[in-house]
Design a protein around this ligand. Sequence first.
Ligand SMILES: [Zn+2]
Length: 328
Amino acid sequence: MSFAEVIGHQKQLANLHSALTGERLHHAYLFLGPEGVGKRTIAVAYAKALHCLQQVNDFCDQCANCARISDGNHPDVRVLEPLAEKKEISIQQIRELERDLNFRSFTGKRKIAIIDPATLMNSSAQNALLKTLEEPPQESLIILIAANAGALLPTLRSRCLRLSFAPLPRREVAAYLCSKHGKAAEDAEFLAAMSMGSIGVAVNLDKDDLTEKRRVWTGILSSLKAGDYQSAMAAAEALADNRDEVLRFLKWAESWYRDLLIYSITNESDDLVNLDMRPQVEQQAAEMSLEGIRSAIVRTVDAGAGIQRNLNRRMVLEKFLFGAVRER
Ligand SMILES: [Zn+2]
């Protein structure tokens, strides 16, 4: 398989490819970009390219090494994430990783660690990793994956070569949904728009479920009245139950406010995510100031980052919704 078959991100792949062929590989990379746009897929593909026994195109995806990397049991390639039932990547995990990276490679090739999401390393884990990056073990490669660099120590970030991954164009996501998941063109278009450029998100969306949820969510945002903190608290409590659902709500809210901003400025609806809800977008856009919409976007992104860091869900949602009440 070649990197060219990966969807999107061809510039980033070309960069990695040239490092591969020119032997100018860095010791540490930071892959930065929204959830589900392919950062981990590319990190794993890169590990395969470095270890593939066949080296057909970039990697064959079939040899023993490629297969073991796919299955997550190659001795020289580790993916580090929080242990089951844990919210964070701990300092113990990083210390084990460092020991492991200092052992000689089983295959004579690079030892690779993919840390995903790197933002779930607590501060002592990040400090421990920083020490490792200051004196990287020979022939090691560490790839940090993050949606948001803000939760990483600046000193850690500065030790990594940063590659930014943008959301994928809507048509690429839609084409993928049609060709790989057999979606009808109209559904694919809807799901691609709602995914905001993320294949990982798009394949897990269910159109009917999403349509219903969105009805509830828009109801919440449009029913918030000036000074009515009581309703905002009740809404926060109702929403806070499930972490994944909160993240979906906030992701959607981001798309919603983004739509309001685009519509307020351009009066055009072609690029709206919630394209099928144009009348509601038009109405809400008329009710909010540009400044209010901008700060709503900032609050939404902050709230999403808070949930990612496992802050108390109800408190994060209250802060987010109280902001909306204040701006009424
Ligand atoms: Zn292979």
